[in-house]
Ligand binder design. Structure first.
Ligand code: COA
Ligand code: MG
Length: 290
């Protein structure tokens, strides 16, 4: 099932871990990277391990862990500390290409065997646009590993990596480079047959802004969005769940094609195969959200 909302929870915060559980997010991403201060990493690893162990039933909410980038000496220690908790998956930040997913997959294989887990059971979500080399490698995720479950993008770390003073133009819109990263991530994820997940909306008190951005992402083809605050979760879930009107229209489109024609007319408009595929996707997402 597609994950509509993945809520980031700082891995060293007891209160936030408790809150995340009840907020309705399809998945929590227990964070060991940027939201955890350097001197709290050991505490965070053991809290995350503990949380995973005490939340074995994942039927209502998946549990993922964001580890530190493979380019740091923290990544392996993160994995070694938390694999025993059998997370649903790992979020891999600052991935340069599909090759990084392969490396993380090898580490996971060794640790799964050590922990008596089924090999390959822990999936990977790549944060695929946070470094300069990554922008040239969005096509390398396709076929890289059966563990790959999704890809997401980020504009904050990329602007730091590129030496930019800001990622916004005078009007407050994302600069072309970051919109390019968004589009390449979307196409790269679809090419890989995995979920494209839209990035964070940092202004967490602006619910109208979040709603507009989430709807735009859903229209563009993203299947979900990262949340950083529990209040964002219901807005995101709604935006990525087909509405009653969308479902009704999709049913009519599917019915219009039922006789077997490749091109049909509905309400004075021509519909062909792409419209049928869109309608079928809406119906299967609606079924999954029930
Ligand atoms: N996960 C779970 N619970 C969260 C949360 C999150 N990401 N963000 C806030 N909460 C909880 C708070 O603890 C508080 O609950 P409490 O009163 O029981 O403690 C409640 O939701 C309301 O929070 P609020 O006071 O509005 O926000 P805040 O000032 O405590 O936190 C942030 C604001 C941005 C620091 C916080 O949302 C956060 O840490 N977000 C995640 C950051 C992150 O992981 N970044 C890395 C990925 S980009
Ligand atoms: Mg970051």
């Amino acid at each position: 099932m597609d994950l509509r909302s993945m809520l980031f929870v700082p891995g060293d915060s007891e209160r936030k871990l408790a809150k995340g559980e009840s907020c309705g997010a399809d998945a929590l991403v227990l964070d060991l990277e940027d939201s955890v201060p350097g001197d709290r990493i050991a505490v965070a690893r053991s809290m995350v391990r503990e949380y995973l162990g005490s939340h074995r039933d994942r039927s209502h909410q998946q549990l993922w862990v964001r580890i530190n980038p493979l380019s740091t000496d923290k990544a392996l220690a993160d994995l070694a500390a938390i694999t025993g908790g059998a997370p649903d998956g790992i979020m891999l930040p600052k991935a340069d290409s599909g090759a990084d997913v392969v490396v993380a997959g090898h580490y996971l294989s060794a640790l799964e065997v050590r922990e008596g887990l089924q090999e390959g059971s822990i999936r990977i979500f790549a944060v695929a646009t946070e470094t300069a080399p990554a922008l040239f490698a969005l096509g390398t995720f396709a076929g890289c590993s059966p563990r790959l479950a999704g890809m997401t993008w980020g504009a904050e770390d990329l602007s730091a990596a590129l030496g930019a003073a800001t990622n916004r133009d005078e009007k407050g819109e994302l600069e072309f480079t970051y919109r390019l990263a968004r589009s390449l991530c979307l196409a790269g994820a679809v090419a890989a047959g995995v979920q494209p997940l839209d990035t964070v909306f940092v202004d967490f008190r602006d619910s109208e802004g979040l709603r507009a951005e989430s709807r735009a992402a859903a229209r563009a083809g993203f299947t979900g969005k990262i949340a950083i605050h529990p209040d964002q979760v219901p807005i995101i879930n709604e935006a990525f769940t087909p509405s009653t009107a969308e479902i009704a229209h999709a049913r009519r489109v599917v019915e219009a094609f039922a006789a077997g024609a490749g091109t049909v007319a509905l309400d004075g408009k021509m519909l062909d195969m792409p419209h049928l595929k869109q309608a079928q996707r809406i119906l299967s997402r609606a079924a999954a959200a029930r």
